[in-house]
Design a protein around this ligand. Structure first.
Ligand code: ADP
Ligand code: MG
Length: 378
Protein backbone atom coordinates (compact mmCIF):
# COMPACT_ATOMS: atom_id res chain seq x y z
CA UNK A 1 0.00 0.00 0.00
CA UNK A 2 1.27 3.45 -0.86
CA UNK A 3 1.66 6.06 1.86
CA UNK A 4 -1.25 8.49 1.79
CA UNK A 5 1.03 11.48 1.27
CA UNK A 6 2.36 9.88 -1.90
CA UNK A 7 -1.02 8.90 -3.24
CA UNK A 8 -2.50 12.36 -3.84
CA UNK A 9 -0.56 15.32 -5.17
CA UNK A 10 -1.88 18.75 -6.07
CA UNK A 11 -0.41 21.05 -8.69
CA UNK A 12 -1.79 24.55 -9.12
CA UNK A 13 -1.28 26.12 -12.52
CA UNK A 14 -1.89 29.81 -13.14
CA UNK A 15 -2.66 30.62 -16.74
CA UNK A 16 -1.43 33.84 -18.34
CA UNK A 17 -3.83 36.70 -19.01
CA UNK A 18 -5.49 36.06 -22.37
CA UNK A 19 -5.56 38.76 -25.07
CA UNK A 20 -9.10 39.96 -24.35
CA UNK A 21 -8.27 40.35 -20.65
CA UNK A 22 -5.21 42.43 -21.44
CA UNK A 23 -7.31 44.56 -23.81
CA UNK A 24 -9.93 45.08 -21.10
CA UNK A 25 -7.24 46.26 -18.68
CA UNK A 26 -7.33 43.25 -16.33
CA UNK A 27 -4.62 42.86 -13.74
CA UNK A 28 -3.07 39.82 -12.10
CA UNK A 29 -4.25 38.88 -8.61
CA UNK A 30 -1.86 35.99 -7.92
CA UNK A 31 1.81 35.79 -7.09
CA UNK A 32 4.09 32.78 -6.74
CA UNK A 33 6.89 32.66 -4.20
CA UNK A 34 9.80 31.12 -6.12
CA UNK A 35 11.03 27.80 -4.75
CA UNK A 36 8.29 27.65 -2.10
CA UNK A 37 5.35 26.11 -4.05
CA UNK A 38 3.32 28.84 -2.48
CA UNK A 39 0.69 31.05 -4.04
CA UNK A 40 -0.22 34.46 -2.62
CA UNK A 41 -3.32 36.54 -3.29
CA UNK A 42 -2.09 40.05 -4.11
CA UNK A 43 -2.55 42.77 -1.51
CA UNK A 44 -3.48 40.21 1.15
CA UNK A 45 -1.65 37.87 3.47
CA UNK A 46 -3.77 35.01 2.16
CA UNK A 47 -1.58 32.21 0.81
CA UNK A 48 -1.70 28.50 0.02
CA UNK A 49 1.03 25.87 -0.25
CA UNK A 50 0.78 22.89 -2.61
CA UNK A 51 3.01 20.13 -3.95
CA UNK A 52 3.64 22.30 -7.01
CA UNK A 53 2.70 25.81 -8.05
CA UNK A 54 3.27 26.86 -11.66
CA UNK A 55 3.40 30.50 -12.71
CA UNK A 56 1.90 31.70 -16.01
CA UNK A 57 5.21 31.59 -17.90
CA UNK A 58 5.71 27.84 -17.35
CA UNK A 59 5.64 25.96 -20.66
CA UNK A 60 3.62 22.83 -21.37
CA UNK A 61 6.85 20.85 -21.46
CA UNK A 62 8.11 22.10 -18.10
CA UNK A 63 4.71 21.53 -16.53
CA UNK A 64 4.57 17.93 -17.78
CA UNK A 65 8.18 17.12 -16.90
CA UNK A 66 7.85 18.46 -13.37
CA UNK A 67 4.41 17.28 -12.28
CA UNK A 68 3.45 14.34 -14.49
CA UNK A 69 6.37 12.49 -16.09
CA UNK A 70 7.34 10.51 -12.99
CA UNK A 71 3.77 9.37 -12.43
CA UNK A 72 3.71 7.89 -15.91
CA UNK A 73 7.01 6.11 -15.25
CA UNK A 74 5.48 4.65 -12.09
CA UNK A 75 2.87 2.78 -14.09
CA UNK A 76 5.74 0.58 -15.27
CA UNK A 77 8.14 0.71 -12.35
CA UNK A 78 5.44 -0.25 -9.88
CA UNK A 79 4.99 -3.53 -11.68
CA UNK A 80 8.60 -4.46 -11.51
CA UNK A 81 9.39 -3.77 -7.89
CA UNK A 82 6.11 -4.42 -6.08
CA UNK A 83 3.93 -7.50 -5.94
CA UNK A 84 0.56 -5.94 -6.72
CA UNK A 85 -2.34 -6.75 -8.95
CA UNK A 86 -3.09 -3.32 -10.27
CA UNK A 87 -1.52 0.06 -10.09
CA UNK A 88 -3.73 2.87 -11.29
CA UNK A 89 -2.93 6.48 -12.06
CA UNK A 90 -5.52 9.27 -12.21
CA UNK A 91 -4.89 12.83 -13.35
CA UNK A 92 -7.74 15.31 -12.92
CA UNK A 93 -7.93 18.90 -14.13
CA UNK A 94 -10.15 21.08 -11.93
CA UNK A 95 -11.10 24.76 -12.24
CA UNK A 96 -13.64 27.23 -13.56
CA UNK A 97 -14.39 27.37 -17.29
CA UNK A 98 -11.60 29.25 -19.07
CA UNK A 99 -8.96 28.54 -16.41
CA UNK A 100 -6.80 26.26 -18.60
CA UNK A 101 -8.00 22.70 -17.94
CA UNK A 102 -8.29 21.64 -21.57
CA UNK A 103 -5.06 23.45 -22.46
CA UNK A 104 -3.16 21.71 -19.64
CA UNK A 105 -4.61 18.26 -20.30
CA UNK A 106 -4.36 18.57 -24.08
CA UNK A 107 -7.84 17.07 -24.42
CA UNK A 108 -8.28 18.83 -27.76
CA UNK A 109 -5.11 17.39 -29.16
CA UNK A 110 -2.65 19.83 -30.72
CA UNK A 111 0.71 18.78 -31.99
CA UNK A 112 4.21 20.03 -31.30
CA UNK A 113 5.48 22.04 -28.37
CA UNK A 114 2.10 23.31 -27.22
CA UNK A 115 0.64 19.88 -26.59
CA UNK A 116 -0.69 19.09 -23.16
CA UNK A 117 -0.47 16.23 -20.68
CA UNK A 118 -2.43 13.54 -22.56
CA UNK A 119 -0.37 13.46 -25.79
CA UNK A 120 2.89 13.76 -23.84
CA UNK A 121 1.93 10.89 -21.53
CA UNK A 122 0.81 8.75 -24.47
CA UNK A 123 4.15 9.32 -26.24
CA UNK A 124 6.08 8.45 -23.06
CA UNK A 125 4.04 5.29 -22.49
CA UNK A 126 4.75 3.94 -25.95
CA UNK A 127 8.44 4.92 -25.69
CA UNK A 128 8.64 2.91 -22.47
CA UNK A 129 6.81 -0.04 -24.03
CA UNK A 130 9.31 -0.07 -26.91
CA UNK A 131 12.24 -0.02 -24.48
CA UNK A 132 10.98 -3.04 -22.50
CA UNK A 133 11.83 -5.79 -24.94
CA UNK A 134 11.39 -8.65 -22.49
CA UNK A 135 7.79 -7.70 -21.71
CA UNK A 136 4.55 -8.16 -23.64
CA UNK A 137 2.03 -5.34 -23.66
CA UNK A 138 -1.54 -4.76 -24.71
CA UNK A 139 -2.95 -1.24 -24.53
CA UNK A 140 -6.62 -0.31 -24.91
CA UNK A 141 -8.16 3.12 -24.96
CA UNK A 142 -11.63 4.34 -24.04
CA UNK A 143 -13.09 7.82 -23.93
CA UNK A 144 -16.26 8.78 -22.05
CA UNK A 145 -18.22 11.89 -21.29
CA UNK A 146 -20.22 12.30 -18.10
CA UNK A 147 -23.04 14.78 -18.54
CA UNK A 148 -26.05 15.19 -16.26
CA UNK A 149 -25.14 11.94 -14.43
CA UNK A 150 -25.31 10.08 -17.77
CA UNK A 151 -22.22 8.37 -19.23
CA UNK A 152 -21.70 8.57 -23.00
CA UNK A 153 -19.18 6.54 -25.01
CA UNK A 154 -17.20 8.91 -27.23
CA UNK A 155 -15.55 6.16 -29.29
CA UNK A 156 -18.66 4.36 -30.51
CA UNK A 157 -20.11 4.73 -34.02
CA UNK A 158 -23.62 4.79 -32.55
CA UNK A 159 -25.83 7.88 -32.40
CA UNK A 160 -25.41 9.94 -29.26
CA UNK A 161 -28.66 8.86 -27.63
CA UNK A 162 -27.64 5.22 -28.12
CA UNK A 163 -24.12 5.68 -26.83
CA UNK A 164 -25.10 5.65 -23.15
CA UNK A 165 -23.10 3.17 -21.07
CA UNK A 166 -23.39 2.20 -17.44
CA UNK A 167 -21.15 1.38 -14.51
CA UNK A 168 -20.91 -2.21 -13.23
CA UNK A 169 -19.22 -2.80 -9.96
CA UNK A 170 -18.11 -6.31 -8.95
CA UNK A 171 -17.06 -5.09 -5.53
CA UNK A 172 -13.40 -4.81 -6.58
CA UNK A 173 -13.13 -3.53 -10.12
CA UNK A 174 -15.23 -1.04 -12.01
CA UNK A 175 -16.42 -2.16 -15.43
CA UNK A 176 -18.42 -0.16 -17.93
CA UNK A 177 -20.97 -2.32 -19.73
CA UNK A 178 -20.92 -1.88 -23.50
CA UNK A 179 -18.01 0.56 -23.57
CA UNK A 180 -15.73 0.53 -26.64
CA UNK A 181 -12.22 -0.36 -25.51
CA UNK A 182 -10.10 -0.01 -28.59
CA UNK A 183 -6.81 -1.83 -28.79
CA UNK A 184 -4.04 0.52 -29.90
CA UNK A 185 -0.55 -0.33 -31.13
CA UNK A 186 1.17 3.04 -30.98
CA UNK A 187 0.87 6.70 -29.94
CA UNK A 188 -0.60 7.79 -33.28
CA UNK A 189 -3.52 5.34 -33.03
CA UNK A 190 -4.13 6.40 -29.43
CA UNK A 191 -4.15 10.10 -30.25
CA UNK A 192 -6.48 9.45 -33.20
CA UNK A 193 -8.96 8.15 -30.59
CA UNK A 194 -8.46 11.34 -28.56
CA UNK A 195 -9.20 13.48 -31.62
CA UNK A 196 -12.20 11.37 -32.65
CA UNK A 197 -13.68 11.54 -29.15
CA UNK A 198 -13.09 15.27 -28.75
CA UNK A 199 -14.87 15.99 -32.02
CA UNK A 200 -17.74 13.72 -30.93
CA UNK A 201 -17.90 15.52 -27.59
CA UNK A 202 -18.22 18.93 -29.21
CA UNK A 203 -20.86 17.70 -31.66
CA UNK A 204 -22.80 15.93 -28.92
CA UNK A 205 -22.82 19.08 -26.81
CA UNK A 206 -24.11 21.21 -29.68
CA UNK A 207 -26.86 18.67 -30.40
CA UNK A 208 -28.02 18.96 -26.80
CA UNK A 209 -27.73 22.72 -26.84
CA UNK A 210 -25.03 22.53 -24.18
CA UNK A 211 -21.36 23.40 -23.91
CA UNK A 212 -18.66 20.79 -23.55
CA UNK A 213 -17.36 22.72 -20.52
CA UNK A 214 -20.48 21.46 -18.68
CA UNK A 215 -19.41 17.81 -18.84
CA UNK A 216 -16.53 15.72 -17.54
CA UNK A 217 -14.32 14.09 -20.19
CA UNK A 218 -12.61 10.86 -19.13
CA UNK A 219 -9.86 9.44 -21.35
CA UNK A 220 -8.62 6.07 -20.13
CA UNK A 221 -5.74 3.81 -21.08
CA UNK A 222 -5.62 0.21 -19.81
CA UNK A 223 -2.15 -1.24 -19.90
CA UNK A 224 -1.92 -5.03 -19.62
CA UNK A 225 1.58 -6.38 -19.27
CA UNK A 226 3.46 -9.55 -18.49
CA UNK A 227 7.02 -10.71 -18.74
CA UNK A 228 7.55 -12.79 -21.87
CA UNK A 229 7.20 -16.51 -20.98
CA UNK A 230 5.89 -15.70 -17.50
CA UNK A 231 2.14 -15.15 -17.25
CA UNK A 232 2.45 -15.00 -13.46
CA UNK A 233 3.78 -11.49 -13.82
CA UNK A 234 0.61 -10.32 -15.63
CA UNK A 235 -0.86 -7.06 -14.34
CA UNK A 236 -3.24 -4.35 -15.46
CA UNK A 237 -2.92 -0.63 -14.87
CA UNK A 238 -5.66 1.90 -15.51
CA UNK A 239 -4.59 5.40 -16.41
CA UNK A 240 -7.42 7.96 -16.26
CA UNK A 241 -6.98 11.46 -17.63
CA UNK A 242 -9.95 13.58 -16.65
CA UNK A 243 -10.87 17.05 -17.92
CA UNK A 244 -13.51 18.01 -15.35
CA UNK A 245 -16.53 20.22 -16.00
CA UNK A 246 -16.16 23.91 -15.09
CA UNK A 247 -16.37 24.37 -11.32
CA UNK A 248 -18.12 27.79 -11.39
CA UNK A 249 -21.15 27.84 -9.16
CA UNK A 250 -24.56 27.98 -10.81
CA UNK A 251 -25.99 30.35 -8.21
CA UNK A 252 -23.56 32.98 -9.40
CA UNK A 253 -24.13 32.47 -13.10
CA UNK A 254 -27.86 32.87 -12.34
CA UNK A 255 -28.63 29.83 -14.42
CA UNK A 256 -32.19 28.60 -14.65
CA UNK A 257 -33.89 25.49 -16.12
CA UNK A 258 -31.56 23.01 -17.85
CA UNK A 259 -28.47 25.13 -17.10
CA UNK A 260 -29.31 25.14 -13.41
CA UNK A 261 -29.79 21.35 -13.40
CA UNK A 262 -26.43 20.96 -15.13
CA UNK A 263 -24.82 23.08 -12.43
CA UNK A 264 -26.38 21.04 -9.63
CA UNK A 265 -25.10 17.78 -11.13
CA UNK A 266 -21.63 19.21 -11.72
CA UNK A 267 -21.43 20.53 -8.18
CA UNK A 268 -22.60 17.21 -6.80
CA UNK A 269 -19.88 15.33 -8.70
CA UNK A 270 -17.11 17.78 -7.83
CA UNK A 271 -18.16 17.91 -4.20
CA UNK A 272 -18.15 14.11 -3.95
CA UNK A 273 -14.74 14.01 -5.65
CA UNK A 274 -13.32 16.58 -3.23
CA UNK A 275 -14.71 14.62 -0.28
CA UNK A 276 -13.28 11.31 -1.51
CA UNK A 277 -9.83 12.75 -2.14
CA UNK A 278 -9.69 14.48 1.19
CA UNK A 279 -10.97 11.35 3.00
CA UNK A 280 -8.25 9.31 1.30
CA UNK A 281 -5.66 11.85 2.37
CA UNK A 282 -6.60 11.26 6.01
CA UNK A 283 -4.95 7.86 5.56
CA UNK A 284 -7.42 5.96 7.75
CA UNK A 285 -8.07 2.65 5.92
CA UNK A 286 -11.15 1.92 8.04
CA UNK A 287 -12.87 5.26 7.35
CA UNK A 288 -15.97 5.42 5.18
CA UNK A 289 -15.19 6.87 1.74
CA UNK A 290 -18.17 8.30 -0.14
CA UNK A 291 -17.49 6.81 -3.57
CA UNK A 292 -21.17 6.13 -4.16
CA UNK A 293 -22.19 9.77 -3.75
CA UNK A 294 -21.85 10.52 -7.49
CA UNK A 295 -21.25 8.79 -10.82
CA UNK A 296 -17.89 10.52 -11.15
CA UNK A 297 -16.55 9.02 -7.93
CA UNK A 298 -18.13 5.61 -8.64
CA UNK A 299 -16.44 5.56 -12.00
CA UNK A 300 -13.06 6.39 -10.48
CA UNK A 301 -13.58 4.20 -7.41
CA UNK A 302 -10.85 1.66 -8.26
CA UNK A 303 -8.46 4.41 -9.33
CA UNK A 304 -8.49 6.69 -6.30
CA UNK A 305 -6.90 5.46 -3.08
CA UNK A 306 -5.44 1.98 -2.50
CA UNK A 307 -2.59 1.33 -4.89
CA UNK A 308 -3.36 4.39 -6.98
CA UNK A 309 -1.64 7.66 -7.52
CA UNK A 310 -3.69 10.80 -8.12
CA UNK A 311 -2.63 14.19 -9.36
CA UNK A 312 -5.09 17.04 -9.18
CA UNK A 313 -4.22 19.91 -11.47
CA UNK A 314 -6.03 22.95 -10.10
CA UNK A 315 -6.22 25.52 -12.90
CA UNK A 316 -6.70 29.16 -11.97
CA UNK A 317 -7.07 32.41 -13.83
CA UNK A 318 -5.18 35.38 -12.37
CA UNK A 319 -7.39 37.99 -14.05
CA UNK A 320 -9.19 40.67 -12.05
CA UNK A 321 -10.44 44.14 -12.96
CA UNK A 322 -9.38 45.62 -9.68
CA UNK A 323 -7.00 43.98 -7.20
CA UNK A 324 -8.57 45.80 -4.26
CA UNK A 325 -12.09 44.39 -4.43
CA UNK A 326 -13.34 40.85 -4.37
CA UNK A 327 -14.47 40.45 -7.95
CA UNK A 328 -16.23 37.49 -9.54
CA UNK A 329 -13.11 35.92 -10.99
CA UNK A 330 -11.06 36.23 -7.81
CA UNK A 331 -13.89 34.61 -5.92
CA UNK A 332 -13.84 31.61 -8.28
CA UNK A 333 -10.04 31.46 -8.11
CA UNK A 334 -10.19 31.44 -4.32
CA UNK A 335 -12.82 28.74 -4.39
CA UNK A 336 -10.55 26.56 -6.60
CA UNK A 337 -7.59 27.14 -4.28
CA UNK A 338 -9.69 26.17 -1.26
CA UNK A 339 -10.90 23.03 -3.03
CA UNK A 340 -7.32 22.11 -3.96
CA UNK A 341 -6.19 22.90 -0.43
CA UNK A 342 -8.62 20.34 1.01
CA UNK A 343 -7.17 17.72 -1.32
CA UNK A 344 -3.59 18.59 -0.42
CA UNK A 345 -2.01 17.27 2.72
CA UNK A 346 0.73 19.88 2.83
CA UNK A 347 0.38 22.35 5.67
CA UNK A 348 0.20 25.96 4.62
CA UNK A 349 3.28 28.01 5.29
CA UNK A 350 2.98 31.59 6.48
CA UNK A 351 3.65 34.17 3.81
CA UNK A 352 7.37 34.80 4.01
CA UNK A 353 7.71 37.96 2.06
CA UNK A 354 5.16 40.61 1.24
CA UNK A 355 7.30 43.70 1.13
CA UNK A 356 8.69 44.57 -1.34
CA UNK A 357 6.07 43.07 -3.61
CA UNK A 358 6.77 39.48 -4.62
CA UNK A 359 5.69 40.01 -8.19
CA UNK A 360 8.29 42.77 -8.54
CA UNK A 361 10.98 40.38 -7.26
CA UNK A 362 9.76 37.71 -9.67
CA UNK A 363 9.85 40.18 -12.54
CA UNK A 364 13.38 41.28 -11.69
CA UNK A 365 14.58 37.69 -11.24
CA UNK A 366 13.23 36.87 -14.67
CA UNK A 367 14.92 39.91 -16.14
CA UNK A 368 18.24 38.89 -14.59
CA UNK A 369 17.86 35.41 -16.06
CA UNK A 370 17.07 36.81 -19.50
CA UNK A 371 20.06 39.14 -19.34
CA UNK A 372 22.31 36.25 -18.27
CA UNK A 373 21.05 34.20 -21.23
CA UNK A 374 21.62 37.14 -23.57
CA UNK A 375 25.21 37.41 -22.29
CA UNK A 376 25.82 33.71 -22.91
CA UNK A 377 24.49 34.04 -26.44
CA UNK A 378 26.96 36.79 -27.32
P1 ADP B 1 -10.92 25.42 -19.69
O1 ADP B 1 -10.72 24.11 -20.36
O2 ADP B 1 -10.57 25.40 -18.24
O3 ADP B 1 -12.27 25.99 -19.94
P2 ADP B 1 -9.03 26.37 -21.64
O4 ADP B 1 -7.98 25.33 -21.49
O5 ADP B 1 -9.93 26.26 -22.81
O6 ADP B 1 -9.88 26.48 -20.31
O7 ADP B 1 -8.28 27.79 -21.60
C1 ADP B 1 -8.93 29.02 -21.83
C2 ADP B 1 -8.03 29.89 -22.71
O8 ADP B 1 -6.81 30.19 -22.05
C3 ADP B 1 -7.66 29.21 -24.01
O9 ADP B 1 -7.62 30.20 -25.02
C4 ADP B 1 -6.26 28.68 -23.74
O10 ADP B 1 -5.50 28.55 -24.92
C5 ADP B 1 -5.68 29.72 -22.80
N1 ADP B 1 -4.72 29.14 -21.87
C6 ADP B 1 -5.03 28.38 -20.81
N2 ADP B 1 -3.92 28.02 -20.12
C7 ADP B 1 -2.88 28.56 -20.79
C8 ADP B 1 -1.45 28.56 -20.60
N3 ADP B 1 -0.90 27.92 -19.55
N4 ADP B 1 -0.69 29.22 -21.49
C9 ADP B 1 -1.24 29.87 -22.53
N5 ADP B 1 -2.57 29.92 -22.77
C10 ADP B 1 -3.39 29.27 -21.92
MG1 MG C 1 -12.22 23.00 -21.36
Amino acid sequence: MLMSEDSVKVAVRIRPLVRTEIERGCQTCLDVIPGESQIVICNTTKSFTFNYVFSPDVSQEEFYNTAVKNMVKNIFQGKLCLVITSYNVTILAYGQTGSGKTHSMGTNYVEAENMGVIPRAVNDIFDMILSKEDWNFKVTVSFMELYQEQLYDLLTDKQRNQSIVDIRDDGKNIKIAGLVEKEVKNATETLDCLTQGSIGRATGATAMNAQSSRSHAIFTLCIYQHKKDDLNTATTAKFHLVDLAGSERSKKTQATGERFKEGVNINKGLLALGNVISQLGEGDPTAYVGYRDSKLTRLLQDSLGGNSITLMIACVSPAVFNTNVLDYNLDETLSTLRYADRACKIKNKPVVNQDPKISEINRLNKLVQELKLALVDQ
